[in-house]
Design a protein around this ligand. Structure first.
Ligand code: 13P
Length: 253
């Protein structure tokens, strides 16, 4: 069975004191569940990673970065490598978040290099995929998601796939209050699992966790999670409030 997984992506929305307060609040409120019934991760901005890692060090909350660069070291001003993240105690890293793709212009090839470097560096990548509103309207959802998965996972053999989590985040549902209905999300999740079975095999597809992200709230988590192929949630806005994220963790179990 795939263990449920609740991840909070804080994006660029916390400062130094709110990062630590939020991390402590989540750790304190989830001691019964985190790591046991559900995996929990939080992804603060780079500069607060270390203080957040310290704040949750006696809990089972894992910490992830929101991005990483694929080169190990050298003249790459402003970038952060996998070994830097691993060295301070990061576990996860988001690769190809829609805001990296659509605001910062990252393409599938770069996402694939980052994901490959993340696995090589001992991090667990969360590969984010999902279509724009216009692509959904043009009935291109499966085509876009297929490209994100095939190109994002290019060169990743089955033995490495176990390090990967997939997150389906329809861009039109991110931060908009519009959530994909459980049926809409399940349809794409089932498509992703079928695709993984084709690219790898059924066993690998069944073992891979596929998260849903896009306006996840305490009130819609349980219904989303009741779908057969939705294994967890990647939460933006609602992960910035301790009570809301704790309620989502509860509902994810
Ligand atoms: P919201 O939950 O704010 O829609 O953000 C989703 C997201 O992008 C998580 O990575």
């Amino acid at each position: 069975m795939r263990k449920p997984f609740a991840t909070g992506n804080w994006k660029m929305n916390t400062d130094s004191s709110s990062s630590v307060a939020l991390a402590k609040g989540v750790a304190d409120g989830s001691t019964e569940l985190a790591g046991r019934a559900v995996d929990v991760a939080i992804c603060p901005p780079f500069v607060y990673l270390q203080s957040v890692i310290r704040a949750v060090s006696s809990s089972n909350i894992a910490v992830g970065a929101q991005d990483v660069y694929f080169e190990e070291k050298g003249a790459f001003t402003g970038e952060i490598s996998t070994s830097m993240l691993k060295g301070i105690g990061c576990t996860y890293v988001l690769c190809g978040h829609s805001e990296r793709r659509h605001v910062l212009g990252e393409g599938d090839e770069l996402v694939n290099k980052k994901l490959t470097a993340a696995i090589g560096g001992g991090l667990l990548p969360i590969l984010c995929v999902g279509e724009l509103q216009s692509e959904r309207e043009a009935r291109q959802t499966e085509q876009v998601v297929k490209r994100h998965i095939e190109e994002g996972l290019a060169g990743i053999g089955e033995e490495k796939l176990s390090a990967v989590t997939i997150a389906y985040e329809p861009v039109w549902a991110i931060g908009t209050g519009l959530t994909a209905t459980p049926d809409q999300a399940q349809e794409v999740h089932a498509f992703i699992r079928k695709l993984l079975a084709e690219l790898y095999d059924d066993e690998a597809a069944q073992a891979t966790r596929i998260l849903y992200g896009g306006s996840v709230k305490p009130g819609n988590t349980a219904e989303l999670m009741s779908q057969g192929d939705i294994d967890g949630v990647l939460v933006g806005g609602a992960s910035l409030k301790v009570e809301d994220f704790l309620a989502i963790i509860q509902a994810a179990v």
